[in-house]
Every structure is written in structure tokens, then in C-alpha cells.
Design a protein around this ligand. Structure first.
Ligand code: AMP
Length: 329
């Protein structure tokens, strides 16, 4: 994840929830399942905003959200991309193995250009998925739990792994890198409060994971509902309603079914529906808020430093394999 400050519900349902799930699966089953690595993509954050003055603060806030959501840094190292040098080295090598036209076809880039109304694209921004491929391949990642918008990047990572393995095979004919797979959650794309396809900080349509119940309610009031439901008792269509999308995730299923029926019949007005939704979201956030309240920025900094030492060992070992098959040095 890029350190863009405090996380929102989209980050949680699209990625973080899966991370915690995979981590806990491992804790229960021992080493048979996956080892998580959690990267703070601080270089990636520079692709759309070159101001680096807030990167540290944003990284700390993000780590606090990760820890509060259940990431255990002893199990799953947390580290900054900029502090583990092999990321830049492998990025450079991989960038020789892909064409600019392939990167220009990346649908996530096109979406970002449209949403952020960018007039030009930096060279580093075009190469975003190549750096991401380095991030994944350095740890010989097999599963990448991400939101749906990231799947085109995982595809590019797979292509780069294949191309590297074919260009520089090991003496036994095998490749250095596994081909990773993206793993999306059921709610792979959480809609924003304004009804836009994606909850996103840059679109200003978020509910933060660290919101108090009052803040959740204030955000929820602004949520776009079915625009054809003008008066309280007009029948509405939950399928096009932002608030209902949140109910589906955060409200118990039997209650959600009733809300669906009462909205369609006109028995339930939007104001009441939003109140109930805010209560469900706050109930979900309550344990996260409680854990976050007990953490300090210093703890987040210590977690990053410890994770960076562990990540460096793994990344350096991979680079030794890479340099060996390329006969570098
Ligand atoms: P980013 O902030 O772009 O670095 O995203 C970090 C992770 O959160 C990626 O796996 C995204 O796919 C995921 N993510 C961010 N916003 C959303 C959203 N609104 N719905 C689902 N997943 C999201």
C-alpha cells in the first residue's frame, strides 16, 4: 500500500482484511501456508505526488491502522520500500524486459489519468507496475492480496517473471521467480460515498478506519442514495444505493435483507437507513479504534525498522540469485 495517510474502509475490505486472514491462517497451520510481507510503497506514493514531506507521518499512520486491524509484525514484517535497496535494483533490471507500449496499455494507469485529470505522465508513473513487480518478486511472492484495481499490475508482474525466467534461466533450467497470483476479496472494490466506483483518498469520498462514531455519521449523511427516492416513503432501489453497498458488508445479513425489502416498499427512509448503516460501521470499527488508541507512533517506527532488517535479508538473497543467473559481477 502507498502511504497516503490514514486508511479508509476501501483499503480494509479490498486488501487488509485478506492480509489479516492469510496471516492468521499461517499462525494456525504453522509454516504450511503463507508468510506475509507488508510493503509501505513510499516510492510509489511519489508517482502522483512528488512532495515527500509527509511520507514519514503518513507511513506511521498507515502502520498504526495495519496494527490496529490485526497485522502482527512479529509474524508479518512491515517495511518501507525506500529502506530496502534491492527494490530499486530489481526495478531497473526488470524495466529492460518490458516495452513502453505495454505499460501505456495498463488500464489502471488510464483510470488514474482520468480520475486525477492528469495532463502528463512521469516516466516513473508509467513504470509503476514494474516497481510493483520488483516488490513482489523480491520476496518470491506467490499470492498478492489486492483490490480489483491492482489485478492488471499482477498480470504485468507475471509477464515479467516469465520473461526474466526465460531470458536468464538457472543452470538447471528452472526460473528464479514464481508466477504470483492476485487474490481479491468478495468486496474487491468498495464504492465511494459520492457513488463513484471506488472509495479513494484522492477523490475525497472516504470513511476512515480511525473514525469516531460521530465522524462516521457525519460521513454517512453525505452518502449518495437512489436519486429517484426523493421523499422518505418513495420506493427505492438498493441496487444503485451507496449506503446499501455498505450495509451488505457491515450489517448482519438478516437485517440487510429486511432493509432491502423496506427500501423497495418505501417503508424505510434514507435518513433512518443511514443511521443504521453508520451504527453498523461504527460497531465494526470499535475494536480497531480501541487497539489504535493504545498504540504510539514510536511503536510504528520500531516495527518498520525491525521489519526492514528482515526484509533486507530476504531481498538480498533473491538478488544474489538474480545476479548469479545474469552473470553480473
Ligand atoms: P493504494 O492506496 O492504491 O496503494 O491501495 C492499497 C490497496 O488497497 C490496493 O490493494 C487497492 O486495491 C486496495 N484499495 C484501495 N481502495 C480500495 C477500494 N475503494 N476498494 C477496494 N480496494 C481498495
Amino acid at each position: 500500500m502507498r502511504p497516503t495517510g490514514k486508511l479508509h474502509l476501501g483499503h480494509y475490505v479490498g486488501a487488509l482484511e485478506n492480509w489479516v486472514h492469510l496471516q492468521n491462517e499461517r499462525a494456525q497451520n504453522g509454516a504450511k501456508t503463507y508468510q506475509n510481507f507488508h510493503l509501505i510503497a513510499d516510492y510509489h506514493a511519489l508517482t502522483t505526488n512528488t512532495d515527500s514531506s509527509l511520507l514519514h507521518q503518513h507511513s506511521v499512520e498507515m502502520v498504526l491502522d495495519w496494527l490496529a486491524s490485526g497485522i502482527n509484525p512479529d509474524e508479518s514484517p512491515i517495511f518501507r520500500q525506500s529502506q530496502v535497496k534491492p527494490h530499486t535494483e530489481l526495478f531497473l533490471i526488470l524495466s529492460m524486459l518490458i516495452t513502453t507500449s505495454r505499460l501505456e496499455r495498463n488500464p489502471s494507469l488510464k483510470e488514474q489519468v482520468r480520475d486525477m485529470e492528469l495532463e502528463t505522465i512521469a516516466y516513473g508513473h508509467l513504470g509503476y507496475p514494474v516497481l510493483q513487480a520488483a516488490d513482489i518478486l523480491l520476496y518470491k511472492g506467490e499470492i498478492v492480496p489486492v483490490g480489483e484495481d491492482q489485478l492488471p499490475h499482477i498480470e504485468i508482474t507475471r509477464e515479467l517473471a516469465r520473461r526474466f525466467n526465460a531470458t536468464y534461466p538457472k543452470p538447471d533450467g528452472n526460473g528464479v521467480f514464481p508466477e504470483p497470483e492476485g487474490k481479491i476479496t468478495k468486496f474487491s472494490r468498495l464504492v465511494g460515498l459520492d457513488g463513484k466506483a471506488k472509495m479513494s483518498k484522492s477523490l475525497g469520498n472516504t470513511i476512515l478506519l480511525s473514525s469516531s462514531p460521530d465522524e462516521v455519521m457525519a460521513n454517512m449523511r453525505t452518502a449518495v442514495t437512489d436519486t429517484n427516492k426523493v421523499r422518505k416513503n418513495d420506493p427505492g432501489n438498493p441496487d444503485v444505493c451507496t449506503v446499501f453497498a455498505y450495509h451488505k458488508k457491515f450489517t448482519p445479513e438478516h437485517e440487510t435483507l429486511q432493509i432491502d425489502a423496506d427500501c423497495r416498499s418505501g417503508a424505510l427512509g434514507c435518513v433512518e437507513c443511514k443511521k443504521r448503516c453508520a451504527a453498523s460501521v461504527s460497531m465494526f470499527l470499535d475494536p480497531i479504534l480501541e487497539r489504535r488508541g493504545k498504540l504510539s507512533p514510536k511503536q510504528a517506527e520500531d516495527v518498520m525498522l525491525a521489519g526492514e532488517a528482515r526484509a533486507r535479508d530476504v531481498a538480498e538473497e533473491t538478488m544474489r540469485d538474480v545476479r548469479a543467473v545474469m552473470k553480473l559481477g
